[in-house]
Write a protein that binds this ligand. Structure first.
Ligand SMILES: CN1c2c(nc(N)[nH]c2=O)NC[C@@H]1CNc1ccc(C(=O)N[C@@H](CCC(=O)N[C@@H](CCC(=O)N[C@@H](CCC(=O)O)C(=O)O)C(=O)O)C(=O)O)cc1
Ligand SMILES: N[C@@H](CCS)C(=O)O
Ligand SMILES: [Zn+2]
Length: 785
């Protein structure tokens, strides 16, 4: 047994087959569940997950991959890295503290300065190129670390009590420091990597304790190995693992890289003085030979052959070739068969998808099916006569996929071939368009708008669920949505929002809604994946050529416009975001799939203009997350991404205003591409970064209009008027005021009306005050510059 290949998992989805974690966590936040009850749900989920993996035949089962909110936040709690503004809030118990850091705290004490947002939440940003978001660790020059949370030890003990010697998972020191941010007013230029000497002793203590408690293996994730690293980062990697390997005693260390090729980091990775190395053989396919040729004799190689980032079945023939070669090189006893990365990014099981047809289902593998694939591959390696039925089934599914007529639509190909250069261009320059739009829209200085969605209340979600179950008929559901939309438009009219939106009540999700209406897509019933905290998404599956059978949004935009004299903003999701937040077919380049989606959106844009919608927003929050992890690959991606956006938007008259919106994005290094989108208005998330994200636009002298978010919609906090004014003053000092809009950071779907109403009233009051205070002189400047 010990001389054969082992099966290994890096992480398992934590949310529960029926989204138990979400439901319990939100109930806890609402005071409907006690802390003990919430903890019990977590415990039950962990037990189910471990047993599932054990029963699937996984030898090395992770623990501490579970989290009530986020694994980076858990690391901050483990390392005692608590932002100063929350330090009064905790004893040694980090349970509630984690939620405060993630969600912010409405200040009650600081009455003397009501505009000081003393309890603002930590920033949240995208985890590499995934749709998962983590809470960004904060550092100052004075940061100190000590073991604070006991979660990793508790979960290890919990697994042990169930007879499972689990493998604790930690985020490595290089990744932790790299992904964190200096938030130090006194020392803004402090180099966070200097903290490594204070950080390592805490990792050493944690490892020593895990070893003492009987951990055989500890997995340390260093996904930053797939990024461009500086010499300083490389030196830290080397130093860290020399020290950690020494400190880990009887526990063996495996360092996990994933999400991309290692390129110039490969040699450093292979030289790490640890007992095992995990390599992503899916994204790192081109490097497998090099890894094998140079793999150290004394280490375990965990080969991630099963794609943890997508939902297609594995190609057994190809994987067996790789694994057999690896077996010959490192020996069976040193080879582990694994997914490419944690399975956090895939839905849990196909078992709960009875509505997917058999053919499509045979092409898919979610987390549980991937565990079975890993076990089958190992069994086929150990004994090539075993699991022949599984091999035959896998081969036959691949054959049915390549021969399927459902995948290719010749009309889509013909239409794409007919696209010409002018299809990517607006008729006039931005300056000319701005004039035409000003004449038509007649908006004040600092016009107010929102990003699109309004609260998706229990009533809205439940009406949709009842409609889907047939408990409401189409007419009743339509009536319900009309009432919601009307209330929303009237509210915006009453408080004086200059460019209202319809509220998106008819949408389950900004990507799934479009996926459901486009050909070439299918969707699941329970295929949830965590996006952040208690918020999950159900990514559609793009399996074939994409086209738009009929208009998708005109019905609601037309209805909403009929309710107000103000210009109603149409609301679409852009092609890159639809691609990025779907599970995408892997039998053709992503670029081609995006162009197909772009044409479908273009038709929708044209239809909205045709029915009299004067401003159309095409959301592209995922443009940045789609960036390849390596800078040298950026130009090619940005070129096709910008073209796809332009293809989707450049079909309107000069006086139709194209908006775009982006959240969770840093713009510094892609600002020229953002400008090349040539959207008339861009609204962005800036409030948590205190307008820092505007720097890129300022440096670039961004010519078009811009709405820097001043209401942090990820927090239940209601921002005060002065606080928002302060942010807008900052923006006004940096950019021409005639180009500035006033808006929240992102859509309001996750908030409730009790928060949104006062927050938006404050926002409008903020805009009014800005207008009043804009001197005649600056107003004149605004119209002449
Ligand atoms: C803007 N963001 C988005 C990202 N990715 C997306 N695909 N979509 C996004 O909007 N990535 C970046 C950010 C991440 N932010 C968010 C923000 C909010 C959510 C969110 O609210 N998710 C919802 C699920 C949304 C949804 O699809 N809802 C469905 C199903 C609702 C449901 O649970 N129904 C119940 C019945 C309800 C009842 O009877 O009362 C059921 O089926 O049991 C719908 O509305 O129909 C969430 O709840 O987490 C995600 C990412
Ligand atoms: N229009 C969408 C954008 C989210 S990024 C919304 O408002 O929710
Ligand atoms: Zn957004």
């Amino acid at each position: 047994m010990s001389s054969q290949q082992k099966t290994h998992n890096l992480g398992y989805p934590r949310i529960g087959e029926r989204r138990e974690l979400k439901k319990a966590t939100e109930a806890y936040w609402q005071g409907k569940l006690s802390q003990d009850e919430l903890k019990a749900v977590g415990k039950q989920l962990r037990q189910t997950n471990w047993e599932k993996q054990r029963d699937a035949g996984i030898d090395l089962i992770p623990c501490n991959d579970f989290s009530f909110y986020d694994q980076m936040l858990d690391m901050s709690c483990l390392l005692g890295n608590i932002p100063e503004r929350f330090q009064g809030e905790h004893s040694n118990d980090t349970f509630d503290l984690q939620f405060k850091i993630a969600r912010g705290v409405q200040e009650t004490k600081d009455k003397s300065s009501p505009c000081s947002p003393s309890g603002f939440a930590s920033e949240m940003t995208k985890w590499f190129d995934t749709n998962y978001h983590f809470i960004v660790p904060e550092f100052t020059k004075e940061s100190t670390f000590q073991v604070l949370s006991t979660k990793v030890f508790d979960e290890f003990a919990e697994a042990k009590a169930l007879g499972i010697n689990a493998k604790p998972v930690l985020i490595g020191p290089l990744t932790y420091l790299t992904l964190g941010k200096v938030q130090d007013a006194k020392n803004p230029d402090f180099n966070r990597f200097e903290l490594i000497d204070k950080l390592l002793p805490v990792y050493e203590t944690v490892l020593a304790r895990l070893a003492e408690e009987g951990a055989e293996w500890v997995q340390i994730d260093e996904p930053v190995l797939a990024l461009d690293l500086s010499n300083e980062q490389r030196a830290i990697l080397k130093e860290s693992y020399a020290r950690l390997a020494n400190a880990s005693g009887a526990a063996k260390l495996i360092v996990a890289s994933y999400f991309g090729e290692l390129r110039e980091n490969l040699a450093d990775f292979l030289a790490l003085p640890v007992d095992g190395l995990h390599f992503d053989a899916d994204r790192g396919y081109a490097e497998i030979d090099s890894v094998l040729a140079n793999f150290p004799k004394d280490k375990i190689l965990s080969l991630g052959v099963v794609d943890g980032r997508n939902i297609w079945i594995n190609d057994f023939s190809r994987s067996l070739q790789i694994l057999n070669k690896a077996t010959t090189t490192v020996g069976p006893e040193s080879l582990w068969v694994a997914p490419s990365c944690s399975l956090l990014h895939t839905p849990i099981t196909l078992k709960n998808e009875p509505k997917l047809d058999t053919e499509l289902t045979s092409w898919l593998a979610f987390a549980n099916e991937k565990l079975d694939e890993i076990a089958s591959l190992r069994n086929l390696l150990v004994d090539s006569d075993s699991n022949q039925d599984k091999l035959a089934k896998n081969i036959s599914a691949h054959q049915s996929h390549s021969n399927s007529k459902r995948i290719h639509n010749p009309e889509v190909a013909q239409r794409l071939a007919a696209v010409k250069d002018p299809d990517y261009e607006r008729d006039s320059t931005f300056a000319a368009r701005q004039k035409a739009q000003q004449e038509k829209l007649d908006l004040p200085l600092f016009p107010t708008t929102t990003i699109g969605s309004f609260p998706q209340t229990k009533a809205v979600r439940s009406a949709r669920a009842r409609f889907k179950k047939g408990e409401l008929n189409a007419e009743q559901y339509d009536q319900f949505l009309k009432e919601e939309t009307k209330r929303c438009v009237e509210f915006q009219d009453n408080i004086g929002i200059d460019m209202p939106v319809h509220g998106e009540f008819e949408r389950n999700d900004m990507v799934e809604f479009f996926g459901e209406q486009l050909d070439g897509f299918t969707f699941t019933k329970n295929g949830w994946v965590q996006s952040y905290g208690s918020r999950y998404v159900k990514p559609p599956v793009i399996f074939g050529d994409v086209s738009r059978p009929s208009a998708m949004t005109t019905y609601w935009s037309e209805y909403a416009q009929s309710l107000t004299k103000r210009p109603m903003k149409g609301m679409l999701t852009g092609p890159i975001t639809i691609l990025q937040w779907s599970f995408v077919r892997n039998d053709q380049p992503r670029e081609l799939t995006t162009r197909q989606i772009a044409l479908a959106i273009r038709d929708e844009v044209a239809d909205l203009e045709r029915i009299g919608i004067a401003a159309i927003q095409i959301d592209e929050p995922a443009i940045r997350e789609g960036l390849p992890l390596r800078r040298s690959d950026w130009a090619a991606y940005l070129d096709w991404a910008v073209k796809a956006f332009r293809l989707s938007s450049c079909c309107v008259r000069d006086d139709t205003q194209i908006h775009t919106h982006m959240c969770y994005s840093e713009f510094n290094d892609i600002i020229d591409s953002i400008a090349a989108l040539d959207a008339d208005v861009i609204t962005i998330e800036t409030s948590r970064s205190n307008m820092e994200l505007l720097d890129a636009f300022v440096g670039f002298q961004y010519p078009n209009e811009i709405g820097p978010g001043i209401y942090d919609i990820h927090s239940p906090r209601i921002p005060g008027i002065q606080e928002m004014e302060k942010l807008m003053h900052k923006a006004s000092a940096l950019l021409p005021i005639r180009n500035l809009w006033v808006n929240p950071d992102c859509g309001l779907k996750t908030r409730n009306w009790a928060e949104v109403e006062p927050a938006l009233r404050n926002m409008v009051a903020c805009a009014e005050s800005l207008r009043e205070n804009a001197t005649v002189e600056s107003a004149e400047m605004a119209t002449t510059t």
